[in-house]
Design a protein around this ligand. Structure first.
Ligand SMILES: C[S@@+](CC[C@H](N)C(=O)[O-])C[C@H]1O[C@@H](n2cnc3c(N)ncnc32)[C@H](O)[C@@H]1O
Length: 258
């Protein structure tokens, strides 16, 4: 699986994704509303579907054929729960999809590209299985942990190490429009949706951030040092609480295959 840096078989990651998708700032329903696509009669793929939140929402709103795939067996098992077999969920590597060319009318790639340093491998494979005239919808965050305002010199140093060494791209959002033209697609829409967390939503985002850090513990330790992981996480979370609000931009980009 080229360039994949993700904790694949971690049951807690399914819980985190469910918790994340239940927050209004991450609402797949709002994203679909904003895109205003007519998916009726379409063959749709949710590529890197995680626990299947988006695929299930599409199936509930449109008369479409929906498939969802992910590298994680655990997450696909979770996605299959409650789908009553109406959605074809299967395990697959997004850089090597088990399909002939030009099968899908619409492909969604949501919160996936940030987990790789070789996003074009995934995008080129998506283009291969997209039919001419078909749409690619990419949704990704920009900034995430680096948006925190704080006044700790130690944390600043640790975040700078993470910025330079994390094997993921937490600024993928802003790169999407240019990347789309570089791979030969036509940019159709680009939305930047600010996500603002306050009060109980901030509490939930803090819980989610703790899960993100815990699930990435070994990667973070390898960059900032084993012994300082707990201090890093505690300082980050206490600064997040002091900030009163947390924010992140969500890019929602659509592109058309000629
Ligand atoms: C943050 S989750 C997002 C899941 C879902 N799209 C959502 O919006 O909730 C990223 C997912 O991408 C999957 N993924 C990352 N790289 C992949 C690859 N090369 N092939 C298949 N799945 C991949 C991971 O297993 C994970 O479930």
């Amino acid at each position: 699986m080229t360039g994949m840096n993700y904790i694949i078989e971690n049951q807690k990651e399914s819980l985190r994704l469910k918790q994340q998708n239940s927050l209004p700032q991450y609402s797949v329903e709002d994203e679909l509303h904003l895109l205003n696509l007519d998916l009726n009669g379409k063959n749709v793929l949710d590529a890197g579907c995680g626990v299947g939140t988006l695929a299930k929402m599409i199936k509930s709103k449109y008369h479409s054929r929906v498939s969802g795939c992910d590298a994680s067996e655990l997450r696909i098992k979770e996605a299959q729960k409650g789908s009553k077999g109406l959605i074809d969920f299967f395990v697959a590597d997004l850089t090597n999809l088990p399909f002939q060319e030009a099968q899908f009318d619409v492909i969604f790639i949501r919160f996936v590209l940030e987990h790789t340093l070789t996003p074009k491998d995934i995008l080129n494979e998506a283009i291969r299985v997209l039919r001419p005239g078909g749409k690619l919808v990419i949704i990704d965050l920009d900034g995430l942990i680096f948006n925190l305002h704080h006044e700790s010199p130690i944390l600043k140093d640790q975040l700078s190490h993470l910025y330079n060494n994390l094997p993921i791209d937490l600024f993928i959002g802003r790169k999407l429009p240019r990347m789309i033209s570089e791979i030969g697609l036509k940019l159709s829409e680009c939305h930047v949706v600010p996500m603002l967390f306050r009060d109980t939503d901030l509490d939930c985002e803090i819980d989610n951030m703790i899960m993100r850090f815990n699930q990435s513990e070994s990667i973070i330790k390898s960059i900032i040092g084993e012994d300082v992981f707990n201090d890093f996480m505690n300082t980050y979370i206490s600064e997040m609480k002091k900030s009163e609000v947390h924010f992140c931009n969500k890019f929602i980009v659509t592109a058309i295959k000629n």
